[in-house]
Design a protein around this ligand. Structure first.
Ligand code: NI
Length: 172
């Protein structure tokens, strides 16, 4: 399969609601997921949503083994999550810096709920159900936002906390 072009902020598909996958365990779905895995690996990302490579389906992938972009982050299992559903747990929010392959070289400080349960299916159609917290929950919430046409800058509370990554962490 192949590394795809990643759409950048402003593209209409990144603002659109993606469609549920109707059929699992198909060559087309396997091909999409291989393309997504290749693309995420090439860009050294922690997650990717199908609309980012111009496929308007409710498919996300995520996972971190050891990622140089996130050196202090605990690993997340490599996951293919299709037609996801999220339950928010509790009312605790935390803010952390996020980036996105569709918004290269930028970072924003995004508040998100800390504890979630997510459900969905893998590419075979097996059910997935997990509890997640911390960065794992954050990554899942970020990716699922893509399926609903939401990019992380829309969730930043104070746009002073949005900027180029090589500028924003300079000591003032
Ligand atoms: Ni993103």
């Amino acid at each position: 399969m192949s590394v795809k072009v990643v759409l950048r902020m402003g593209h209409p598909l990144l603002k659109s609601i993606a469609n549920p996958v109707q059929e699992f365990n198909t060559p087309e779905l396997d091909c999409l997921i291989e393309d997504m895995l290749d693309t995420m690996a090439d860009f050294d990302g922690a997650g990717l949503a199908a609309p980012q490579i111009a496929v308007p389906l409710r498919v996300v992938i995520f996972g971190i083994e050891h990622n140089p972009r996130y050196p202090d982050i605990e690993p997340i299992p490599q996951t293919v999550l299709i037609n996801p559903e999220i339950s928010l747990i509790g009312e605790k929010f935390e803010s952390a810096w996020e980036g996105c392959l569709s918004i290269p070289n930028m970072r924003g400080l995004v508040p998100r709920i800390t504890n979630i349960k997510y459900k969905g299916f893998d590419q075979i159609g097996n059910e997935i159900e997990r509890f997640a917290d911390g960065f794992h929950a954050r990554v899942v919430l970020h990716e699922i936002d893509h399926l609903d046409g939401i990019l992380y800058p829309e969730r930043i509370k104070d746009l002073k906390n949005f900027g180029f990554e090589d500028q924003i962490f300079l000591e003032s």
